[in-house]
Design a protein around this ligand. Structure first.
Ligand code: SF4
Ligand code: FES
Length: 533
């Protein structure tokens, strides 16, 4: 393993690693704009130049491989002079509109200006102004803030593969642009906003909504499909403002799909169910949550008594956490040991959406066709609990139910509108519906319980490949709604509140050994291998 010395410090490196990445891995900061470990290396911004003993001129640390015994200096007079010159050059035409820029607080131009720049500008001429551009469905381009690092252009060539962005013009007239009639509207487009080191590419949805230093981060998993993309939920005072990718080398690397990016919208849907309801004389009326819960238990007990063994069912949604599905399964079996556990509908598109590097044809990202996060995990729980079971399609054949508990939690309308596609169990049985949004099924339920959305609770989901990952509650459920885990704890007569890790320990392997979702302080971005693109 090669070793180098950087500013007098010994650093262990990987074979063929670049100086910059070796330093970053070792916690030694070096300024960089155009370099990103998931993209090719153009070495164009020149801020990362360092002095290497024995070489006559400064070299780009992002593009120079380490050699055992190399002596590198990023704080020599030559290297410092270069950093100051690059910063001065980049700020010549910059509008300096930090107070109204969304990127302020997480902008590399601000940070490096403070750490490596000059405190004064010597530029007295008029600044060259470049236009703002609407480049796609979700993305705005403030061209005069752009530093031409070309991360965004390389992303659309090397990851999303659609090449919508390109560099137009030359010299100080260079601009990022799109081709006429070909906007940036692929399903990975939002990643260019995350990649942009300054405030040039902005998310239209987040624009002017919140200052970033007010946001808190919670680790979670994408609810939009079975891919299990790792994410950070950014929120403040109970409101989710945006979703950002969380690096996971095995699952999503640095990227997320736009479906994942905007999957937080239903959390703050104005139609969220927030009050418990029960049916009285043929119409639904609002009631206290605990009262509704008592009536739900009484109704299910009466149904089990009337119908005998096998007359109850629970429809476990693939939006539920594995722990919640386990607890509800336990509860329904405590009322009727022969109760049927049904896996709720798992909508799918025809095929996975596959993205390829347009230069070499390698697959870079896949959006899974299954549009729920945990069908595999809930099925695993159903198998773990044993006894009668069915999937949604085969539940069409099951007619002998007298009562059941149905869980939703989907991001959009999920109840099939065609009555022929609805299981007979949804007919004249005693129904308890626990959901986040209204539906024709909730309207017909005997008891409606407002539930928590995916970002409002802890748990684990299993992705399409069998990887079980945990997620944490970012915000509280709206007033009136209750987390499913807490409800099932109460129904099972357990004291205290639901603790996902305790339930996992009870479920045994493979759940017991799944770690809790990390917090930001415990996450160090894993070291990168040399990425051959
Ligand atoms: S828009 Fe952002 S990512 Fe694209 S070249 Fe300019 S600074 Fe770089
Ligand atoms: S980061 Fe090395 S030249 Fe841009």
């Amino acid at each position: 393993m090669p070793q180098i010395t950087i500013d007098g410090k010994r650093v262990e490196c990987k074979d063929r690693q670049m100086i910059l990445q070796a330093c970053l891995d070792a916690g030694h900061p070096l300024p960089h704009y155009c370099y990103h470990p998931g993209l090719s290396i153009p070495a164009s911004c020149r801020i990362c130049l360092v002095e290497v003993e024995g070489l006559p001129k400064l070299v780009p640390s992002c593009q120079t491989p380490v050699r055992d015994g190399m002596v590198v200096r990023s704080n020599s007079p030559k290297a410092i002079a270069n950093q100051k010159q690059v910063m001065e050059y980049l700020l010549i035409n910059h509008p300096l509109d930090c107070p109204v820029c969304d990127q302020a607080g997480e902008c590399l131009l601000q940070d490096y200006s403070y750490e490596y720049g000059r405190s004064q500008s010597r530029f007295e001429e008029d600044k060259h102004k470049k236009p703002k551009k609407d480049v796609g469905l979700n993305v705005l381009l403030y061209n005069d803030r752009c530093i031409m690092c070309t991360r965004c252009v390389r992303f659309t060539r090397e990851v999303s593969g659609q090449s919508e962005l390109f560099v137009e013009g030359r010299g100080h007239k260079e601009e990022i642009s799109i081709f006429p009639g070909k906007p940036l509207d692929n399903k990975l487009s939002g990643n260019v906003v995350d990649l942009c080191p300054v405030g040039a590419l902005l998310d239209k949805d987040f624009l002017f909504k919140q200052r970033v230093w007010l946001l808190k981060e919670t680790a979670s998993i994408s609810p939009s499909d079975s891919g299990g993309e790792n994410i950070w939920i950014h929120h403040n005072e109970g409101v989710v403002y945006r979703i950002k990718p969380r690096f996971n080398a095995e699952v999503n690397q640095w990227w997320i799909s736009d479906d994942t990016r905007y999957a937080f919208k239903p959390i703050h849907d104005e139609n969220r169910l927030t009050s418990a309801r029960r049916t009285q004389y043929g119409s639904q009326i609002e009631t206290q949550f605990l009262h509704a819960l008592d009536e739900a238990v009484a109704g299910l007990k009466a149904a089990a008594k009337e119908g005998g063994p096998g007359s109850l069912f629970a429809m476990l949604s693939p939006m539920m956490a594995c722990e919640e599905a386990y607890l509800l399964g336990k509860f329904i079996r405590s009322l009727d040991p022969k109760a049927t556990l049904i896996l709720g509908p798992a909508p799918k598109t025809e095929t996975n959406e596959v993205f390829k590097n347009s230069m070499n044809g390698k697959t870079t990202f896949t959006i899974q066709a299954e549009k729920v996060p945990n069908a595999k995990g809930v099925q695993r729980v159903i198998d773990l609990l044993g006894g009668p079971k069915a999937d949604f399609a085969s539940s069409m054949e099951l007619k002998n139910f007298k009562g059941g508990w149905i869980v939703g939690g989907y991001l959009s309308s999920w109840v099939p509108s065609d009555a022929k596609l609805q299981p007979p169990a949804w007919g004249k049985t005693f129904k308890v519906v626990q959901d986040i949004l209204p539906s024709s099924l909730a309207e017909k339920a005997d008891i409606v319980l407002p539930a928590a959305s995916w970002a409002e609770k802890d748990g684990t989901w299993e992705n399409y490949a069998g990887k079980i990952q945990s997620f944490a509650a970012a915000v509280p459920p709206p007033e009136g709604a209750r987390r499913e885990g807490d409800v099932y704890y109460k129904l099972l007569g357990r004291t205290g509140f639901y603790v996902a890790a305790d339930v996992r320990a009870e479920m045994g392997e493979p759940f017991a050994s799944v770690a809790a979702a990390p917090d930001r302080a415990s996450v160090t971005e894993p070291t990168m291998e040399f990425v051959e693109l």
